[in-house]
Design a binder for this molecule. Structure first.
Ligand SMILES: *[C@@H]1O[C@H](CO)[C@@H](O)[C@H](O)[C@H]1NC(C)=O
Ligand SMILES: *[C@@H]1O[C@H](CO)[C@@H](O)[C@H](O)[C@H]1NC(C)=O
Length: 266
C-alpha cells in the first residue's frame, strides 16, 4: 500500500513535469482549448528549481554546459500536488516593458534563464511568456506579472545556492555516483529548513529538479509533507496524461537518485 502510494506519486510528478515543459507544449494547449479557462485561484505554489546540467543532457542548451546552480523553471499555483489550474481566464499579459525591467533591475537572466537560449534576452522572451500564460495567470488574483516574477526571483536568490551548498556539504556531489533519494531530501531539508517534494527525476533516475512548497504569499516556505489543501469543489482542469514522450536515456553524469528509497507520503 505504501509502495503503491509512492509509485502513484512519482507518476503524478512525471505527468506534471511533462505537462510543464520548456515552451512549445502544443498538445496541452490544444487540449485546454476545448475547455473553459479556469478563473485565477490556488492554494499554494510549487517553486520548481532545475538542475541545468540534467536538463541540458536531453535538450540543446546555450551554453551547452550551463552554470552550476539551480535555476527557476517556474512558480506554479497548485490546488493539491496533482491538481493545478493553468492558462487562467485573464487579460493580463506579461509585457516586454516588464521583462526589460526584470532584466535590468532583477537579474532575470541570472536566476530564471531560458537554458535553451542562455543570455539571449529576445530569444528567451517566449519562455517567460509561456510560464506566465500557463502558470502565472492563475495567480493574477494576487500578483501582477512584475510582482510574480520578482517574488519568484527573490525565492531563487534565497534558496538556490543554499540547496546546492547543502547537497555538496552532505557529500552529494554531481559526479555520476548514485545517491539515495532520501539522502538528497535530507540534505535539502537540513540546508533550507523545509521539506521539499520527493525528488523529481527523469526516467534515467537522474535528479532534474528540486521543488519547494511556498505559501500563497509567494514568500513563505512550508514543508511539502504537511500539505492539507483540498481540491476545489468545481471541476478543475487536470494535467494531460500523455507521459510517454518522457526521455528514456539513462544518465549517470550528475546527481543520481534511486527513487526506490522510501521517502514520505504526501
Ligand atoms: C531585441 O529586440 C529589440 C526590439 O524588438 C531590438 O531593438 C533589439 O535590437 C534586439 N536585441 C538583440 C540583441 O537582438
Ligand atoms: C563522487 O563523490 C562521492 C562523495 O564525495 C564519492 O564518494 C565518490 O567516490 C565520487 N565518485 C567519483 C566517481 O569521483
Amino acid at each position: 500500500m505504501k509502495v503503491m502510494k509512492q509509485l502513484v506519486f512519482v507518476v503524478v510528478i512525471l505527468v506534471a513535469l511533462s505537462a510543464s515543459c520548456w515552451g512549445g507544449d502544443t498538445t496541452d494547449e490544444d487540449a485546454l482549448g476545448k475547455k473553459a479557462k479556469p478563473q485565477p485561484g490556488f492554494n499554494y505554489f510549487l517553486l520548481a528549481l532545475t538542475w541545468p546540467n540534467q536538463f541540458c543532457l536531453s535538450k540543446p542548451c546555450k551554453p551547452s554546459v550551463p552554470k552550476q546552480s539551480f535555476t527557476i523553471h517556474g512558480l506554479w499555483p497548485q490546488y493539491t500536488p496533482s491538481k493545478y489550474p493553468s492558462q487562467c481566464q485573464t487579460n493580463i499579459v506579461l509585457s516586454d516593458d516588464d521583462l526589460v525591467n526584470l532584466k535590468d533591475n532583477y537579474e532575470l537572466l541570472e536566476y530564471w534563464p531560458d537554458l535553451k537560449n542562455g543570455g539571449d534576452f529576445n530569444a528567451s522572451k517566449s519562455f517567460w511568456k509561456y510560464e506566465w500564460n500557463k502558470h502565472g495567470t492563475c495567480s493574477s488574483n494576487k500578483f501582477t506579472p512584475l510582482q510574480y516574477f520578482q517574488k519568484s526571483i527573490d525565492l531563487a536568490k534565497k534558496y538556490s545556492d543554499k540547496i546546492y551548498n547543502a547537497l555538496i556539504n552532505k557529500g552529494v556531489i554531481p559526479n555520476g555516483t548514485q545517491y539515495r533519494n532520501l539522502d538528497i531530501l535530507n540534505a535539502v531539508t537540513e540546508g533550507i529548513g523545509f521539506v521539499p517534494t520527493t525528488g523529481v527525476t527523469d526516467q534515467g533516475r537522474a535528479l532534474s529538479e528540486i521543488r519547494l512548497c511556498v505559501k500563497d504569499d509567494a514568500v513563505t516556505l512550508f514543508d511539502c509533507d504537511k500539505l492539507t489543501f483540498a481540491a476545489p469543489p468545481s471541476p478543475s482542469p487536470s494535467p494531460s496524461t500523455s507521459e510517454s514522450q518522457y526521455p528514456s536515456s539513462r544518465s549517470t553524469r550528475w546527481w543520481v537518485s534511486s527513487v526506490l528509497e522510501a521517502v514520505h507520503n504526501i
